[in-house]
Structures are given as structure tokens and as C-alpha cells.
Design a protein around this ligand. Structure first.
Ligand code: R5P
Length: 311
């Protein structure tokens, strides 16, 4: 089976970087938005009998990007593709994996059902819910950008750094960074009030006089990181604060919040296309080599063991 890369519109520069590493020009595709808001897809190159990799993070705006991913998968299937893999560097709706209040949907599960209707396999990266695998009947290859990000953080770390989980959900992630960088851990006790608001009730661990490296899977509105920085500053951490997250969504008030915060450096990957002119001290570590490696290995039916993010 020959390889075909099929990029969606959500992050063309990442898809181009993956294609360049693999030395494989992407298949051409027309994407049109009808006046009523419906999307129309047409794959312009033959994918018959091919091993197709659709590259599309379901990043904001999540719903159109998710729909486009599904349309690309369906178009490839109907065009006779031999095997179709969804490469989803950012997996939207992963935070809605259970009913927290009552009459709510389990949206992660519904999204998994939609994706497996159109694809044979999924490649994902640092999905918020590691148990996402249980939502799929098809194989999901769950990669991690932690080793890539930890090496960038290593260059910026100080002798008295401390890894900080900005909430209880990030503790396992913090443990992974702490193990790689050989640093102690602090944990911020956060509670979410709404999609944009959080409240903090304290810190567990000795962070006084230390330089925090706050680690999270994603920065969305920046509420979690801004609250963590405020709490750490009040606990007399040093002012050299680094933030590390796989997915930099920077939606809503995120840029404003983080600009007002005391973050010296924000390290994210290019899983999501950065909004233009983000006036923040952002350093981007590309996951194109990691994803290209994964696609190449899957295409050759080789093991992905060393690329997995087990947590
Ligand atoms: C929450 O559990 C996640 O790990 C992130 O901390 C959160 O989603 C970030 O969102 P925001 O930037 O809006 O606080």
C-alpha cells in the first residue's frame, strides 16, 4: 500500500512540516464553505488502495474542524482508500468524558463514535483524558510530547526549579516531567467554577524560594495558569516562572491574562496553529518530527512503543 497524506485546514503548517520530513507531497483537496455554513470536500488526487493519513487537530473552532476531519475520512473511504488513519494532534471535547452535573452528554464518547464511523485508526497526542482509549473500538495510538517539551524546559531550568501541577488532574503529568528533569513537585489545589473561571485554595509541597515550571496538557483561557502563577507568587516562589503545555489554544481572555501574569516563558508545541501575533513570550517546540516518525512507522507496520505517552 502506498502512503497518502491528506491535510485538513486546521493546521496546514504542521501538516506541511510532516510532509516535508516524510518527503511525501500531500494529496490535493478542495475545501469549500457553502453560504449556509455547510462544508464541502473533494479529494483531487487518487487515494484508491492507499494508506491514508488525514492530519487535522480538532482545535478551535472545534465543531467545523471536527466536521472537516469526518468529511475527509468519509471522502477517502468512498474514494477506495485501503486504510484511513486520523492524525489528531489536538483532540477537542476530551474534557467532557463524564457527566459531572446531571443531564449532560458524554461528548468525548460521542466524538469517538463519530470518528470511528469514518476512520480505521487514530493517532492522538497528549489527550486530556488518558482513558480516551476506552471510548474507541478502533486502535488509538496515544503519543506524548512530554519528552520533546521536557528537553526545551531543561535548557531553561534553574538549580532550584520545581515542577508544579496547576491542579490535581495534572499530577501524573508533573510526575513525568519531574522524573525526566530530576526535580521536586508542588501541586496547586484548583477548582473550576466555569469554562473561564477557576479558584485556588492552596499549594501542596515546598515551593518557597524555588523557580516554578508549571506543566499542563493545555492552555485554553489561561485561567488555570494565571491562578497558579498568582498563588505561587503569593507563596514566595522566585519570579522566574516557566509554563509548559502541549496544546496552546490561547482562546478568549488567555493572551490578556497571561500577559498580566508573571510568566517569563511559555513553552508549547505546534499541535494547534498559534493565533497570529500572540504577544506573549511563547517558545514553540515542533511535534512534526514526532508525528512524522509515528506515521512512517505505522505505514511500515513498525512498533510505536518508544513514542507512547504512558501515564
Ligand atoms: C484542566 O483540567 C486542564 O488540564 C487544563 O488545566 C485546563 O483545561 C486549562 O484551561 P484554562 O486555560 O481555560 O484554565
Amino acid at each position: 500500500m502506498k502512503l497518502s497524506l491528506l491535510p485538513g485546514s486546521a493546521n496546514r503548517s504542521l501538516a506541511q512540516a510532516i510532509a516535508a520530513i516524510l518527503g511525501e507531497p500531500p494529496a490535493r483537496c478542495d475545501h469549500e464553505l457553502f453560504p449556509d455554513g455547510e462544508q464541502h470536500i473533494e479529494i483531487l488526487d487518487s487515494v484508491r488502495g492507499r494508506d491514508v493519513y488525514v492530519i487535522q487537530p480538532t482545535s478551535p473552532p472545534v465543531d467545523p474542524h471536527l466536521m472537516e476531519l469526518l468529511l475527509l475520512g468519509d471522502a477517502a473511504r468512498r474514494a477506495g482508500a485501503g486504510r484511513i488513519t486520523a492524525v489528531v494532534p489536538y483532540f477537542g471535547y476530551a474534557r467532557q468524558d463524564r457527566r459531572a452535573k446531571g443531564r449532560e452528554p458524554v461528548t468525548s464518547r460521542l466524538v469517538a463514535d463519530l470518528i470511528q464511523a469514518a476512520f480505521d485508526r487514530v493517532v492522538a497526542l497528549d489527550v486530556h483524558t488518558s482513558s480516551i482509549e476506552g471510548l474507541f473500538r478502533i486502535p488509538i495510538e496515544h503519543l506524548s510530547a512530554v519528552p520533546v517539551l521536557a528537553e526545551v524546559a531543561r535548557a531553561a531550568r534553574l538549580p532550584k526549579s520545581v515542577i508544579v501541577a496547576p491542579d490535581l488532574g495534572a499530577v501524573k503529568l508533573a510526575e513525568r516531567y519531574a522524573a525526566i528533569l530530576d526535580l521536586p513537585i508542588g501541586v496547586v489545589r484548583k477548582r473550576r467554577l466555569s469554562g473561564e473561571q477557576v479558584t485556588v485554595s492552596g499549594i501542596v509541597g515546598d515551593v518557597t524560594g524555588r523557580a516554578p515550571i508549571i506543566v499542563d496538557d493545555m492552555i485554553s483561557t489561561g485561567a488555570t495558569i494565571a491562578a497558579a502563577i498568582e498563588t505561587l507568587s503569593a507563596a514566595n516562589c522566585t519570579s522566574n516562572i516557566i509554563v509548559v503545555a502541549t496544546h496552546g489554544l490561547f482562546v478568549g481572555p488567555a493572551v490578556e491574562r497571561l500577559r498580566k501574569s508573571a510568566a517569563n516563558k511559555i513553552i508549547v508545541t505546534d499541535s494547534v496553529a498559534l493565533p497570529e501575533n500572540v504577544s506573549l513570550p511563547v517558545e514553540v517546540a515542533s511535534v512534526a518530527p514526532l508525528l512524522a516518525d509515528a506515521v512512517g512507522r505505522l505505514h511500515r507496520d513498525q512498533s510505536l512503543e518508544t513514542l507512547m505517552g504512558r501515564s
